[in-house]
Design a binder for this molecule. Structure first.
Ligand code: DQQ
Length: 576
């Protein structure tokens, strides 16, 4: 782990070593009364805290003054303390005041009781009245192959410790076990609870044969839980629903809402992670609290063709309501797409993608996402490009920033859509990813392909293109966005998918924007202001450190203009 590692990320969340996986949850404890305008003092205290940990002093002592609090974010994540492969799962714990700089603490929850001795799997936190966090998590009570699952709770040993380092798992656990009706070996990942009409409610992910299920449980006191007669929702042929997430979004504006908000002014989102294909989808719909039913909108389908937060490597995500900044934040995990042997060699596997704000698009038909604003504090030198015309086959280098660790925002424009390629009706039956694999960045088009060549070697032996391609369908245009790993590395044995999704965007102003967060082995791209997001993991051999380049390109017959392009070098945050 000491060797200079070419694929370790510079500004994404990673522990020092070993395996991390999805099913994280985050809580933000906002001590509103203690809001502090002096951000620098705050950060300063944070470093003292770090030092205190190093010196094994009591950080509590260092930070008893309320001056230093604005809010503390906690990340608990699935972690193998013994190696770079999945196993021995505990809840590792890191804290932050900005979701960008992280300090590691001791694991919060680890196997130690009969109700969790074979693993502490995913779950969620809820803040109970009086600002009291409580964790619900899945305990594994017997070894493989059964791995019977129950739902447990844990509470802080000391509520006045702002870092909540120690958690107690009381003896009245488990709170919820499977009945005869449920599949006890596919019964996990309790959600954040919401409170409505005098009861708390949670979901537990499961399957009945091949039908994905979100079982609903109710409780008055958080201790005695009763299963509702009907699941909140279920869907045939989707398999096990891992890490369900259920929350309201405002019908108007980007302001986030507490998980318990219901009523006329909100829509609800139900997200599930599909075990079989390892991707997630969500639906938007209406929640009827009186009958405890959730009905997806007819524009929002369940299953393989459903809407996705991210059309790339993104799994086991969770959202949480950040009461400090009144926003809902989405956070997902990306696994490696090299081999397990390589992970053992690297000594680590898995990263967290950059946290994203998430809200309802004005169409009401999809969500929008954008990297949290705090990420911008890492921006260093900036380079710009304006009004650069790209004819068919042109590519132009973005010079002057280290292209392996960059945040880049670009707006492309095109004079007309007349040259858009016709959309072949037979493509309706294949998914976007398949179409991207047929129509890669080197396949000449009409309007597009145009976009960025990220993590590119000088002579383009390696590059990960992120691009748009516009088609003319029956009565509208269709925009395909791709993040294609096929050419990302000269190395064999890697998983190099042509990730892609459609972008439901109005092209009236003849512009398309793209933002990519490039970080050594990850490229996270936000199309059209966060309408479509795609994350790829890639492992270049030549395009590393200072030998990585960034280009804008066009390979369509219509000339495209880089109207504006801003790229920043990205500093390294404090990372565990
Ligand atoms: N992995 C966890 C489960 C969850 C899955 C175990 C998601 O709780 O269902 O580490 O990756």
């Amino acid at each position: 782990v000491n060797v200079k590692q070419v694929h370790r990320t510079g500004f994404h969340f990673q522990p020092k070593k070993h395996w991390i996986n999805g099913s994280f949850f985050q809580i933000s404890i906002s001590l509103r009364l203690l809001l502090l305008p002096f951000y620098n003092a705050h950060v300063y205290s944070f470093y003292i805290f770090d030092l205190a940990i190093l010196l094994n002093l009591s950080p509590h002592f260092m930070l008893t003054g309320p001056m230093y609090f604005k809010g503390v974010y906690h990340l608990f994540y699935q972690y193998n303390p013994k190696g770079a492969v999945w196993g021995n799962i505990v809840w590792a714990h890191s804290v932050s005041t900005d979701l960008i700089n992280w300090i590691p603490l001791e694991p919060a929850i680890y196997p130690s009781k009969p109700f969790d001795q074979y693993g502490c799997w995913s779950g969620s936190a809820t803040i109970l009245p009086g600002n009291k966090p409580i964790i619900l998590y899945t305990g594994i009570v017997d070894p493989k192959p059964a791995q019977t699952q129950v739902q447990n709770y844990a509470v802080p040993a000391n509520y006045s410790d702002p870092y909540l380092r120690e958690w107690i798992k009381p003896d009245n656990n488990p709170l919820v076990a499977a009945n005869n009706g449920e599949n006890s070996t596919a019964f996990r990942d309790p959600t954040t609870a919401w409170w409505v009409n005098g009861h708390w409610r949670i979901l537990v992910g499961s399957r009945r044969k091949n039908r994905g299920m979100a079982y609903l449980y109710r409780s008055r006191d958080f201790m005695k839980w009763t299963k509702a007669k009907h699941p909140l929702h279920s869907s045939a042929k989707t398999g096990m629903w891992e890490c369900p997430d259920f929350f309201p979004v405002s019908k108007q504006g980007a302001t986030g809402l507490d998980t318990s908000v219901v009523g006329e002014n909100v829509k609800h989102v139900l997200k599930v992670s599909l075990d079989v294909t390892r991707f997630e989808y969500y639906t938007l719909g209406t929640y009827f609290p009186k009958i405890d039913r959730y009905v997806p909108d007819n524009t929002s389908v369940d299953g393989w063709a459903g809407l996705r937060y991210d059309y790339g490597n993104f799994y086991a995500s969770k959202t949480f309501f950040d009461a400090g900044k009144n926003r809902r934040i989405l956070w997902g995990w990306a696994n490696e797409s090299d081999t397990p042997d390589e992970d053992v060699q690297k000594g680590w596997a898995g990263i967290q993608l950059i946290p994203r704000s998430l809200w309802l698009d004005s169409s009401g038909k999809q969500l929008l996402q954008w990297p949290i604003e705090e990420l911008e504090t890492l921006r260093g030198e900036k380079v710009q490009m304006n009004n650069v015309k790209l004819n068919k086959g042109d590519y132009t280098e973005v010079k002057g920033i280290p292209a392996a660790q960059t945040d880049v925002e670009v707006t492309f424009s095109f004079p007309s859509l007349d040259k858009a390629e016709p959309f072949d009706p037979s493509w309706e039956t294949i998914d976007a990813q398949k179409l991207c694999s047929l129509k890669g960045s080197t396949v000449q088009g009409g309007v597009g392909p145009f976009g960025l060549l990220t993590l590119a070697s000088e002579k383009l032996e390696e590059y990960t293109p992120v691009f748009f391609r516009i088609f003319k369908a029956q009565d509208k245009h269709r925009v395909l966005m791709c993040s294609d790993a096929t050419t990302s590395s000269l190395k064999d044995g890697l998983y190099k998918p042509s990730y892609a999704g459609y972008v439901d965007v109005d092209l009236a102003n003849k512009k398309l924007s793209l933002r990519s967060l490039i970080d050594h082995s990850v490229v996270e791209s936000f199309g059209a202001g966060g309408k479509t997001v795609i994350s790829s993991r890639v492992y270049p051999t030549l395009a590393v450190f200072d030998d990585a380049h960034l280009y804008a390109f066009n390979n369509g017959t219509e000339t495209v203009t880089v109207e504006t392009l801003d790229a920043w070098s990205m500093k390294k945050p404090l990372m565990n």
